[in-house]
Ligand binder design. Structure first.
Ligand code: NAP
Ligand code: GDD
Length: 353
């Protein structure tokens, strides 16, 4: 596909980050192609507001079926789309679930990245066109951290199948950069959340519960390890960093973080307090949510990204918690309206993990 506008391909476009990145790229006049999985139920909620009728002239968003377990679908989409930039965000991204589905997680998160890198390498070789590549690496790779804060140089001590798979994908990306001169960068992103965060990640599980408890739709919130500490940032700020990495002349790896760390307990306290509630009255511990091996603390040093990319976070964890709680209170209001009108609500929101 030859075109005058810049063209990007996003794996994981239906996820939290993919949806914000698609918005950012469309706002910068890119043509955006996304790979989506076939699923029995609709999985495009987060990008429905961006949908454009492909039959109309001037459409800039296109979706293609594909799967990270299917190398052919990745190579075929790449050939069809001819992107200038590839953002590889697709993954089985839940750490706790990776202990239940280790082989699937490695297949999708580690081998999936290798399949895409190979597709990009072959595409470049055959067409002579340069493709810039972004790998969604993770602070989870630091695992059992011995050094606080963590930088691009900190030793990786992965503590979950998810983290092991991400370490593989991280080093495969660096290897392809060195071996084939691929313009490939890794963003080592620390936890980032939003109103679009999946409901089984702890921040969203908490903010969903706060809204529902406030309106009497839920009585208790069951959580696991409240002492784990994370460096939480706001997803829309973080996708900007992904884009900046691919605008550099030289590819490199960057830590993207807020630089502050607070505990799950503290996040819950400030979220409940936003609606005048005391978290202690509602939280109960369920060991089901403990992990076989836990990552106790993560705190990133984003000074390289600040220096080289001019990037820094804009939204504090407190401001983000307020945005998420307000959004989820609104959602709870809509649920309550439905319940009061006699509709059955879906079973337990934030039900597992
Ligand atoms: P997310 O909301 O879970 O989105 C994951 C995306 O990957 C979804 O679009 C999902 O599709 C897609 N996907 C899953 N399995 C796939 C497969 N087999 N083939 C094709 N697509 C598949 O994750 P996120 O929070 O946006 O994170 C984006 C990326 O950054 C992930 O790689 C994650 O591991 C990494 N990361 C995230 C964070 C964070 O704190 N959010 C931090 C560091 C790194 P469906 O919608 O169909 O499920
Ligand atoms: N999910 C979940 N559910 N986590 C809980 C719960 C619970 O009920 N109770 C306590 N936690 C603790 C977890 O044990 C963990 O220490 C912390 O809350 C954060 O858990 P998650 O929100 O599930 O995120 P994560 O840190 O494991 O992984 C996320 O961040 C990584 C970057 O460091 C994911 O987005 C990964 O994809 C990402 O790579």
């Amino acid at each position: 596909m030859v075109q005058d506008k810049r063209c990007a391909l996003i794996t994981g476009i239906t996820g939290q980050d993919g949806s914000y990145l698609a918005e950012l790229l469309l706002a910068r006049d890119y043509v955006v192609h996304g790979i989506i999985r076939r699923s029995a139920s609709f999985n495009t909620d987060r990008i429905d507001h961006l949908y454009q009728d492909p039959h109309k002239a001037g459409t800039q968003l296109f979706l293609h079926y594909g799967d990270l377990s299917d190398a052919n679908s990745l190579a075929a989409t790449l050939r069809k789309v001819g992107p200038d930039e590839v953002y590889h965000l697709g993954a089985q991204s839940h750490v706790r679930v990776s202990f239940d589905l280790p082989i699937y997680t490695v297949d999708v998160d580690a081998l999936g990245a290798m399949k895409l890198l190979e597709a990009v390498r072959e595409y470049q070789q055959h067409t002579g066109r340069q493709v810039r590549y972004y790998q969604a690496s993770s602070s989870e790779m630091f695992g059992d951290v011995q050094e606080v804060p963590q930088t691009e140089q900190t030793r990786l001590n992965p503590r979950s199948p998810y983290a092991c798979a991400k370490v593989f994908a991280h080093f495969a990306t660096i290897n392809y950069r060195e071996a084939y001169d691929l313009h490939a960068s890794c963003g080592i992103l620390f936890n980032h959340e939003s109103e679009r965060r999946g409901e089984t990640f702890v921040t969203r599980k908490i903010t969903r519960a706060v809204g529902r408890i406030k309106l009497g739709l839920q009585k208790k919130l069951y959580l696991g390890n409240l002492d784990a500490r994370r460096d939480w940032g706001y997803a829309p700020d973080y996708v900007e960093a992904m884009w900046l990495m691919l605008q550099q002349d030289t590819p490199d790896d960057y830590v993207i973080a807020s630089g502050r760390m607070i505990s799950v307990r503290e996040f819950a306290d400030l979220s409940f307090a936003h609606l005048g509630l005391d978290a202690k009255d509602f939280i109960e511990i369920d060991p089901r949510y403990y992990r076989p091996t836990e990552v106790d603390q993560l705190q990133g040093d984003f000074s390289k990204a600040k220096r080289a990319l001019g990037w820094e976070p804009k939204t504090t964890v407190e401001a983000m918690a307020r945005l998420m709680v307000d959004h989820d209170l609104d959602l709870a209001r809509r649920e309550k309206t439905l319940r009061d009108a006699g509709h059955t609500l879906p079973a337990a929101v934030g039900h597992d993990q």
